[in-house]
Every structure is written in C-alpha cells, then in structure tokens.
Ligand binder design. Sequence first.
Ligand SMILES: C[S@@+](CC[C@H](N)C(=O)[O-])C[C@H]1O[C@@H](n2cnc3c(N)ncnc32)[C@H](O)[C@@H]1O
Length: 262
Amino acid sequence: MDIKHLVSIRVVSHRHEDLARTEQLSGKLDLPRSTAEQCATRFSLAYRNDRLELSDATLPNSALPLSVDFLAGPSYYRFLNDRRISQPLSKAVGIRKGIRPTVCDVTAGCGEDGFVLACLGCRVILVERSPIVWALLDDGLRRAAAHPQIGRLVADRITLHHSDADRFLAAADAPFDTIYLDPMYPSPKKSALNKQKMRLLRAIVGDDLDSADLFAAAKKALPSRIAVKRPLRAPPLTPARPQFSIAGKSSRFDVYLPPYLW
Ligand SMILES: C[S@@+](CC[C@H](N)C(=O)[O-])C[C@H]1O[C@@H](n2cnc3c(N)ncnc32)[C@H](O)[C@@H]1O
C-alpha cells in the first residue's frame, strides 16, 4: 500500500538499544529517523520500555503519549471482568448464545472494540489505513500476544491488516459475517474532544470525511450484517435506514441486515 502521511512525523530513538528497530520502523512507514535531540517535528514515534509511543511536542510534558495497551487500563479490565454478551457492542455485531460471528472491523483505530469482540469469542479481522495508527496497534498486539493470560486469545482470534477498507474488502475471498464501522465523527462533543487520546488520534488521522464511502464498500462485500458505531445523537452514517439501533451510554450502534441492505 502507498504510504501517505497526513502530518509531518519522525521515528526517534532515545536509546542505543532501540536503534535497529527504530530503523526498521522508519523504513516500513517511510518516515525520517532522528535522535531525540535532533527531532524537530511536532509528532514523533519512539520506543520506550519496549512500547511504541506517539508524542505531540505541543502538549505539556505531563501529557501522556499515545500507545496501545491491552495489558492495562479499560481493555484489560474488560478482559478480566466484563464478558457480557448483553452489552450493546456484542448485540450489534450479532453475538448470541452459541453464535460468535466473524467480524471484520475495517476502522480498527486503537483496537479497543475489536479486542472486546475477541474477548467475547469472535474471530476479528482488524483493518487500519493510517500507517501510524496501524504501527501503534501492531505494537500493542505484539506485546499482548506475549502475555501469559491474554496471548493465546490475541494470537488465535485477532489479525491486523494495513489497508484501506475498500481495497481490503474488494480483495477478500469470502463474505464476512459482520462488517463493523466506527469512523471518526467530524463534530465531536466537547467531552470527546477533551479526551487526550482521541485528540491525538484525530490529529493523526483527520476526520474521516470520506466515511459515507465506507458503508458503500461494506455493502458491496455482501456481509450478513453491517454494524455502525455513531455518537448517541448523531445522524446515521448513510441515508439508508438501519433495521434497528442499540443505544449505549454515549454511543449508538446502527445495524443493517439483508435483504434491506442490497
Ligand atoms: C474512531 S477510530 C476507531 C476506534 C476503534 N473502534 C477502537 O475501538 O479503538 C477510526 C479509525 O478508522 C480508521 N479509518 C477510517 N476510515 C478508514 C478506511 N476507509 N479504511 C481503513 N481505516 C479507516 C481511521 O484511520 C481511524 O484510526
């Protein structure tokens, strides 16, 4: 895939030990490389304590860099404590007693929703077009795959692809049970904007202004179901009416089923 970066960014090495993998990453992502002292771009990617992190030089030093971590925080908590199949995301993708659809999440982002679905027993195919977000997610999955408790689940149920959704879906061998869409929403509420992680992600990937095309690409791939995550009060992604919607605390899932899909 051609790599186009929406922002100017570097891969930085802080320690001599990280030079080799920093070099490998800059080659893979087609990004310039520098030491921490030379770094003059607003955004930089660096390994710290075996974790790939994205930093924004305009934020105060106290601001945490962005990384993907399934071994701590909300993802790990949900892995340990919340495997309810009654939760809105689970119902939206079609999980039922004894039924675990294969889900192609073509807007993988930091993989949080995909990870929840894998914890619930689904096979999850993650697709992400931003090379930076893909690299952060790939790193999070790499570390999770080495974890004694989570490793098996990640290795057996999750695969990640760096691609645009329409290209990936057009090349897929067979239809997926469910295609899941969660594009950025252009006018976020203040609360979402205030979330530092979301702000950094938005700064890197933009507003996904082509998100209506995603639905068309998903439809063409003939899945048994399309589930779209939207902010609670946002209009649907497309003029087509969903068969039904499931509301969560701050978001809503619009579900589209055949024959109305085609
Ligand atoms: C809001 S985030 C998804 C968050 C994700 N559901 C999670 O739980 O972490 C949207 C992501 O979809 C990606 N994206 C948007 N349109 C895409 C497309 N056409 N193909 C692949 N990725 C896309 C963006 O780059 C961004 O990383």
